[in-house]
Design a protein around this ligand. Sequence first.
Ligand SMILES: [Zn+2]
Length: 265
Amino acid sequence: MELIDIGVNLAHDSFDADRDLVMRRAADAGVTQMVVTGSSVDSTRKAIELARSHPGVLFATAGLHPHHASDLTDATRAELADLARDPAVVATGECGLDYFRDFSPRDAQRRVFAWQLELAAATRKPVFLHQRDAHEDFIAILREHHAGLTSGVAHCFTAGEKERDDYLELGLAIGITGWINDERRGLHLREVVRVIPADRLMIESDAPYLLPRDIRPPPKTRRNEPAFLPYVVRAIAAARGESAEAVAAATTATARAFFGLPAAG
Ligand SMILES: [Zn+2]
């Protein structure tokens, strides 16, 4: 089984002590390539460094998470625009709106999101999207900028059928995490995921977050790793009535085409 993790926060400091081991375990689990999420100027720089030191295996995104929207200054704007054009960067983002936490004021979030959609259009790279509790504003801004975009993925999709249909109608792909493994809050996703076309469906760990809840025996720490991605594949396969091998093959092919990744190894 070959897997591509399209969203891993491998620059996160929880991986500082054992990042090489985490990568080794990922490879042993069949995860041949990973897209390292850049969510701030710092994590984007670090993601690019990681991608440069593991060519063909790690790739980076360049962006500003809505939590950090109020960090955007003229200087960081220029720097992000520069980083987004780096050859190691395969997507702009993560960017979007997060009204669940509201760490940045909403008008700043909307402005910074719109700017990053323009950046994605200028770089001709896909956009890596984050949305939580902000669907109406999010889809309105996307519709406004949609014509310039090459493609986009709604990462860590946790919403319902209406949101899924709105995204699919806009031509977006959808990223599914271990949220679907959660027997308390992820049950609706098992319905939602049945209707996503195979060429729009990708998988992601979002590690160190979102540890799948059905890992047996449960790991000693709550930290998630890309090596646990097969649990997400099995949950999607069960929901869609497909084999894990079929889900792995399809999501890998979709991710490789979407981000323009070379063949592994
Ligand atoms: Zn996110």
